[in-house]
Design a protein around this ligand. Sequence first.
Ligand SMILES: Cc1cc2nc3c(=O)[nH]c(=O)nc-3n(C[C@H](O)[C@H](O)[C@H](O)COP(=O)(O)O)c2cc1C
Length: 366
Amino acid sequence: MNTDSLFRPFNLKTLNTKNRIVMAPMTRSFSPDGVPTADVAEYYAKRADAEVGLILSEGTVIDRPSASADPNIPHFYGEKALAGWHKVINDVQEKNGQMGPQIWHQGISANHASGWLPSAPFEGPSSFNSPGFENGVAMTDSAIADTIAAFGQAAADAKALGFDTVEIHGAHQYLIDQFFWDATNNRSDIYGGKTLAERTRFAVEVIKEVRKRVGEDFALIIRLSQFKPAAYDYKLAKNEAEMEQWLTPMADAGIDIFHCSQRRFWEPEFDGSDLNFAGWAKKITGKATISVGSVGLDGDFFGAFAGQSSQPSSLDELVRRMDRGDFDLIAVGRVLLSDPQWVEKIKNNHLDQLKGFSKEALAELV
Ligand SMILES: Cc1cc2nc3c(=O)[nH]c(=O)nc-3n(C[C@H](O)[C@H](O)[C@H](O)COP(=O)(O)O)c2cc1C
């Protein structure tokens, strides 16, 4: 198989990646008290050293009292955590890698299994995490303003530390996505509304603030998902027109790259075309896009959370879509947890040596 299309460089503002393969953001919970350790730096540097073009960090939380629901998720604020991240980016760049943190607010969350709770109640557009599940408070105007400012500060800190990009986590039913979703956003102020376009206002304000803090020349990514972990088959945008109303304001506010989260990258987004989410996002906005979802594996990532392993699968369909120009970059998640050398093996045509994903990989930083 000819995988050349995966190994073309990609250039956009501060991004100059050596190939099209991105490490997907994956929460690891190996940062006690929110501080990334030397092991975390080694884990990312190992992927950079093995040809991963762009690394997106695990979700790392902004400076809000209840942005995190897990004491071992890294912070992106405070002297100690930022020093930990400084080591991460230095080590990655020493291996000729590029990296951006995925900045995150978890919104209304479930309580951590250990019983640990943040110092303030969880906050979101409403008190709901999903229909029927309330676990926090609806944000006031000042909470919203402070949260927007905290996203901006995190992005400014990322740039100051030397990161090559920033990804705003707007997917998977966390804070920003809770604003998008009418099941969790029942506000009657300017951040709510009947249409998806109206409920995109919070994201747009976050993006504008981040853009203001990092300047025009810094590559800015947002991750979005149509699905919700509480509703796998849900689509925020039901058709092309709704997707346009959703994405265009974010493109206009300063997004350079849409990272379109799917469980399986080959699944069409709408009837009548085989384009996937990233394909439509690129077509509609003209912006660069990242696709993702079960690349190189025969099972999806919800299976991983249910304790399932996955076997290697063919890259033909990925290459077909890349060659066709559907999307610019492809993110790879679980396979890079089990097999840090996955990209290098493909580059060197050692396809017979590719590993699948084993659930044991979740338990340690390999
Ligand atoms: C252990 C684990 C942790 C994850 N954590 C995050 C996260 O912090 N942020 C995020 O946007 N997605 C997260 N995801 C989703 C992945 O980024 C990716 O979209 C998903 O695993 C599908 O890609 P894959 O099939 O190649 O694994 C996580 C997935 C896994 C398996």
